[in-house]
Each structure stands twice: as C-alpha cells, then as structure tokens.
Design a binder for this molecule. Structure first.
Ligand code: DQA
Length: 145
C-alpha cells in the first residue's frame, strides 16, 4: 500500500492568512500543510500537497493519486458547491477521501449548503478552523493503519 497522503487544496485557499481571517483564521495554507506533514511523517506516511485555482489541475491530481496516494484530504473551496467533474474524479479513487472545510458551509450562505463531493467521500469534516485538517488526517490515519 502507498504510504503517501495527498492534501488537495482548491481555489483561493492559497490566500489563507489574509483571506477573510474572521472566517478562515490567520494561519496560511503552508502553516496547515507543515503541521500536517509533521504529523503524517511521525506516523510513517509522507504528505504531498497540491493547491490550484484551476479545476482541471485538481482533477488531474486526483487521477495521479489513484496510482500514488493512500488517502486524499480535499478542501475544494467553492468548487465543492459546483463541480460534478471533481466528484466524478474522486469517485474513481479507491482509498479514503475526506472532505475538509475550515468553516461550516452549512451555517453560511445557501449556495454553500450543497456539496457535490459529499456522496463520493468517506466523510466530511467542517467548521473547526485549521483543526478540521488535523481531524481529517487523524481519520485518514485511523482508516489506513
Ligand atoms: C471552504 C468553504 C467554501 O464554501 C469556500 O468557498 C472556501 C473555503 C472552507 O474551507 O471553509 O473557499 O472550503
């Protein structure tokens, strides 16, 4: 089994730190990834991170992960609410895929209440700020070891 965990980040998450800090906090995406990498490595896993503002790049990262990664932690940003192409790609991934959100989309504007990914992931973790990522990694590790 692959020992790689893919953390996949969609549009606008590269702006974390200065993007609506009252909603998303002040930590940068690198801060989250560095913390997750240290934790994954302490459990014998490597961590790869891909961030893109382009849907096709995210789709191709999922395709590649089918051959390289044991699990995917995916914050698709606003594409969560619109992208059936990402859902189709994720449906082909056979390992655990976990949907992650810093905020709780269900408690926000109505357009955020729908997730195209919800039906093709193992589960979703939302609303705990940066800690959502830690909880998602814990879940993935529990499923893998
Ligand atoms: C988000 C929630 C989405 O609705 C939003 O478009 C994002 C971030 C989150 O992590 O809370 O870009 O995925």
């Amino acid at each position: 089994m692959s020992k790689e965990i893919l953390v996949l980040s969609g549009p606008n998450l590269d702006q974390l730190g200065t993007r609506s800090p009252e909603i998303y906090g002040t930590a940068t995406l690198d801060d989250h990834v560095d913390r997750l990498r240290a934790k994954a490595e302490s459990q014998g896993f490597s961590l790869r991170h891909v961030q893109s503002n382009f849907e096709g790049v995210l789709i191709e990262a999922i395709h590649e992960a089918r051959h390289t990664s044991a699990a995917i932690l995916f914050n698709a940003g606003a594409l969560t609410h619109s992208s059936w192409a990402l859902a189709d790609a994720l449906a082909m991934f056979t390992g655990p895929a976990i949907e992650v959100h810093l905020s709780n989309p269900a408690a926000r504007e109505p357009f955020r209440h729908t997730s195209t990914l919800a039906g093709v992931v193992q589960g979703s973790i939302a609303g705990f700020g940066g800690f959502s990522y830690d909880l998602a990694l814990d879940a993935a590790l529990a499923l893998l070891v």
